[in-house]
Ligand binder design. Structure first.
Ligand SMILES: [Ca+2]
Ligand SMILES: [Ca+2]
Length: 373
């Protein structure tokens, strides 16, 4: 019986269709794998080789297509990024242009407001002084999205360079002396006046240290002197010797006006201009007048003569170059519509109750701030 049961157990695993125990089945599979590995591999048929070759070719084509797609995606990404950047730049440019236009319009509105103040001032008194409404420093005025700062200054508080030239084209000796004293007070060589006078006068004969057409035609590039009234203060840069540094030192005491008969307003002129105009008046008297004129401006030639200590009956030539009212003013406007600021300076002429702009130019922020002090 024991032998029969052992034989039965031995026979059972090899019976067809009967399940093998797991351990036995793995052993049989292992033997089969070993037997397969040691079995010599048969030579692939030509059909299999062709199929294998096709499969490799297909794999290579798929790789090339993937690279192409990646390149296309990269290029599209670059184009989209560039387009987005350009769109943003265009947006900022348009935004800034709009704000600049708004700021310019606001600055022009500020100029119109100052012109109205100058027009109304004619109804108040017959004199112009630093105590007038137009001369007051107003706070910045809000308007819509922006703010505008407006200041008015008296152009006749300065020496008008065109007054050095008579209408006939000759040089005015009295104004020449005033200019020479003013240059000296500013620590500038009065010899600088010579090329300026040659630029203004109608002849072609140079002053001792001057320069006429022959000199300017020898420059690179060559140009000819005006031989007439200056059109702008910037024209000084064309005149021999007037470097930017020298022009900067004269900036607060000289101007260019179309009228060569304009006088200096003693109620608004800087102390140096008064000293150049009245060299015979001692410094103490001039300073007392300078300090008192805001509260008590000079009302006319006789009042000025008395306050400066002149003899009531003695002729004083300098009094003929002085005035107590003004015809020319400069309006400085600085408008800001964030983030853009625009500056504007306008020279206006006031006749009776009419105020007319005669010269507009964009002003740098620096020049506007200077005009506001
Ligand atoms: Ca000349
Ligand atoms: Ca000359």
């Amino acid at each position: 019986m024991r032998h029969q049961s052992r034989l039965k157990l031995f026979i059972m695993p090899i019976r067809y269709g009967s399940p093998l125990p797991l351990r036995e089945r793995d052993r049989v599979r292992g033997c089969s794998a070993v037997s397969q590995s040691v079995r010599p591999s048969p030579q692939p048929s030509p059909v299999l080789r062709e199929r294998e070759k096709n499969r490799e070719g297909f794999t290579q084509e798929r790789g090339a297509a993937l690279v192409t797609v990646l390149l296309a995606v990269t290029l599209l990404t670059v184009v989209v990024v560039e387009f987005t950047y350009s769109a943003q730049v265009d947006h900022h440019l348009t935004y800034n242009a709009l704000k600049a236009l708004q700021a310019t319009c606001l600055a022009r509105s500020g100029v119109n407001l100052a012109m109205l103040a100058l027009k109304k001032d004619t109804q108040n008194s017959g004199i112009d002084s630093l105590g007038d409404d137009w001369a007051r420093a107003l706070p910045p005025l809000p308007a819509g999205e922006g703010v505008v700062l407006v200041r008015v200054s008296d152009e006749q508080s300065k020496l008008n360079l065109n007054a050095l030239r008579n209408t006939s084209g000759t040089i005015n000796g009295r104004w020449r002396e005033v200019a020479a004293r003013l240059f000296a007070l500013r620590d500038l060589d009065p010899g600088l006046l010579d090329p300026l006078l040659d630029w203004l006068d109608g002849d072609d004969f140079p002053e001792p240290r001057g320069a006429e057409q022959t000199h300017y035609l020898s420059l690179t590039p060559p140009y000819t002197p005006r031989n007439g009234p200056l059109l702008t203060l910037g024209e000084l840069g064309l005149i021999e010797g007037f470097t930017p540094a020298i022009r900067a030192r004269l900036d607060e005491v000289i101007t260019v006006l179309p009228n060569n008969n304009s006088k200096i307003n003693v109620n608004t002129a800087p102390l140096e201009v008064l000293a150049a105009l009245f060299p015979s008046v001692d410094q103490g008297t001039l300073e007392r007048f300078f300090r008192s004129r805001v509260e008590t401006p000079a009302h006319g030639p006789n009042d000025l003569r008395e306050r400066l200590g002149f003899d009531p009956r003695a002729p004083v030539d300098a009094l003929n170059l002085a005035d107590v009212r003004s015809e020319f003013f400069a309006i400085h406007a600085l408008a800001t519509v964030a983030p853009i600021s625009q500056g504007l300076t306008v020279i206006v002429q006031r006749r009776a109750a009419a105020v007319t702009p005669i010269y507009w130019h964009p002003a740098s922020l620096l020049s506007v701030s200077e005009g506001t002090t």
